[in-house]
Design a binder for this molecule. Structure first.
Ligand code: TEU
Ligand code: CA
Length: 556
């Protein structure tokens, strides 16, 4: 593949050379001892993020919410939830972050609101309310029952009866999260006005929750990537994003390599990049999905997904690069080793993800190798999704033990245990009782201990983030996979203007003999390694467990 020359610096958008950091505010840092993280707590930890070198924070929702889904159920789009702080606190966060060269990208949920939103209260009180058609209502079926059999993502039916109006409303996720009716131009205008209100406050952009669902057609039973989706995204871009130096990232569990460029192709006038989950779903139980005991990790399938997405975005669009977020189990537990090789495998995963082409996203705690929580009882859980599915799954004959195995493999609470700052009480997250138990391993896995180690995971992430920020080849280099069928090794190159970075990673806890493919052979200087500093990629290499390194050839 011809190595393209780097687009000029001004053609490089700031979010292409930056690394994102996701904060789940409830679990990041509690400043007032109520056991719930808050904005003042985030501000108190901004120096940690400045030291890491990230360019922007993806801030999970902090809007007013009854917290049925920890803020992914918004009841006032222009107010901050009191447990997180005030609008003044938020404006201070934006200003303090900007002083450290960090933008704030807000998570925005516009597929649905909370059932506590004034719009929904009015809509469910009268068919004549102007807000009634901000939501999706249908009359009862001929038998008086719900107009459809669709199941909600968090268990139970998706249609909910409201006697006051004698109709059912649609809630894709839960009864507390009624879907907004995007076919209503008055609703869309409300959303765009609100987006501009936040953008005018100086935020750096939006992460758009389940954005591929806003074009749904419930009568045709099309819930993802519906017929009007891109019409609405292009209107949203025109009405709110165009002309602003911001980043927009859409989340979709449906987007595919075939549809990706429809959302983020340079000339589409829609979004800048997408969060896709093919690598996540590839690791789920074929019948039980995320709730079943996962099959053994298959590196070749994992590589196929990433190599395919790198190829799709080679000339247009832009990839997001992540293995973790607030909905996913901890990556070192899923793809690495959270025991003997926790540190080596955490660094290996970071090396592979951060040197691909796209924008990497670090999830809070990933930079110190935080692990899954290993819950023992259902009453330890707080996640509406797991608790909702528990009832459904037990009714379907799954045993509580089997269900807990699924929760410990893939449950969202794994990612939501409080950030582990120190080995002290409650890991330094709170002086009170945390809303969700702190992981028992915080005595050894914590920011203070890891950052005291010059060879710690944090330092490895800091160096990777600096490589992207400082080296155009990391941002723009053409991606070339190698050894795609190798069961243990992930290998690829990045090429630009005659220079090359070669990346090799052993994804297993065993030593591996790796025969370097002819096309990958090279010598140069070691850019980064979690083991010995290698200067050559050639012949047969003996790789240590989870060994990963990158070599830069050419004039360096
Ligand atoms: O998640 C989309 C979503 O569908 C996931 O919850 C997914 O169903 C699940 O995690 C599969 O493992 C977004 C937000 O990221 C999530 O936190 C919200 O709960 C959800 O939308 C509803 O807003
Ligand atoms: Ca608090």
């Amino acid at each position: 593949m011809k190595a393209e020359s780097a687009p000029s610096q001004d053609a490089t958008r700031w979010w292409q050379a930056a690394t994102g950091y996701q904060i789940y505010p409830r679990s990041f840092c509690d400043s007032n001892g109520d056991g719930v993280g808050d904005i003042a707590g985030i501000i108190s930890k901004l120096d940690h993020l400045r030291d890491l070198g990230i360019g922007f924070i993806w801030l999970s929702p902090v809007y007013e919410s009854p917290m049925a889904d920890n803020g992914y159920d918004i009841s006032d789009y222009r107010a901050i939830a009191p447990e997180f702080g005030t609008l003044a606190d938020f404006d201070r966060l934006v200003a303090e972050a900007r002083e450290r060269g960090i933008r704030i990208v807000m998570d925005l949920v516009v597929n649905h609101s909370s059932s506590a939103h004034p719009w929904f209260r009015a809509a469910s009180a009268s068919r004549q309310a102007p807000e009634h058609d901000y939501y999706i209502w249908r009359d009862p079926a001929a038998d008086g029952g719900p107009p459809g059999r669709h199941r909600a993502s968090f268990g139970g039916p998706a249609w909910h009866w409201v006697p006051q109006v004698g109709r059912y409303y649609f809630g894709q996720f839960s009864p507390e999260q009624p879907d907004l009716n995007w076919d209503n131009p008055a609703l869309r205008r409300q959303i765009y006005q609100m987006m501009n209100w936040w953008l005018d406050r100086g935020i750096g952009g939006f992460r758009l929750d389940v954005i591929s669902m806003i074009g749904k057609d419930v009568d045709a039973e099309i819930y993802e990537e519906g017929p009007r989706l891109h019409t609405y995204l292009q209107e949203m871009h025109r009405e709110a994003f165009a002309g602003r130096d911001i980043v927009t990232v859409g989340e979709s569990w449906a987007v595919s390599p075939e549809t990706a460029l429809l959302y983020c192709g340079r000339d589409r006038g829609e979004l800048d990049m997408m969060f896709q989950f093919a690598h996540v779903v590839a690791g789920w139980h074929p019948e039980l999905g995320k709730w079943g005991t996962p099959p053994p990790f298959d590196l070749r399938r994992f590589k196929r997904v990433f190599n395919q997405w790198q190829a799709v975005m080679a000339e247009d669009g832009w990839n997001s690069l992540f293995l973790s977020n607030h909905d996913l189990p901890r990556q070192v537990s899923v793809y690495g080793d959270d025991g003997e090789f926790r540190v080596a495998s955490a660094k290996m995963l970071a090396t592979v993800m951060h040197l691909m082409k796209g924008t990497p996203f670090v999830y809070q705690g990933e930079e110190i190798g935080m692990t899954n929580a290993h819950f023992e009882r259902i009453d330890q859980l707080r996640d509406v999704e797991a608790l909702g599915h528990y009832a459904d799954q037990i009714a379907n004959g799954v045993t509580p033990e089997e269900f807990m195995a699924g929760v410990n493999a893939n449950g969202r609470d794994n990612a939501r245990t409080p950030m582990q700052w120190t080995d002290g009480p409650q890991a330094g997250f709170t002086t009170g009782t945390p809303w969700l138990e702190v992981n028992r391993n915080h005595g050894t896995v914590n920011v203070a201990a890891d950052r005291a180690d010059p060879d710690g995971i944090f330092e490895h992430y800091r160096r990777l983030i600096a490589l992207r920020r400082d080296m155009p080849i990391v941002v723009h280099g053409a991606y070339r996979p190698f050894a795609e069928d190798h069961r243990a090794v992930f290998a690829y190159a990045r090429e630009l203007d005659g220079r090359r970075i070669g990346v090799v990673a052993n994804f297993t806890r065993d030593p591996v003999e790796f025969d370097v493919p002819e096309g990958l052979a090279m010598t140069g200087r070691c850019l980064i390694s979690n083991a010995r500093a290698r200067q050559a990629l050639s012949g047969r290499l003996s790789l240590a467990p989870f060994e990963a390194f990158a070599i830069l050839s050419g004039d360096g």
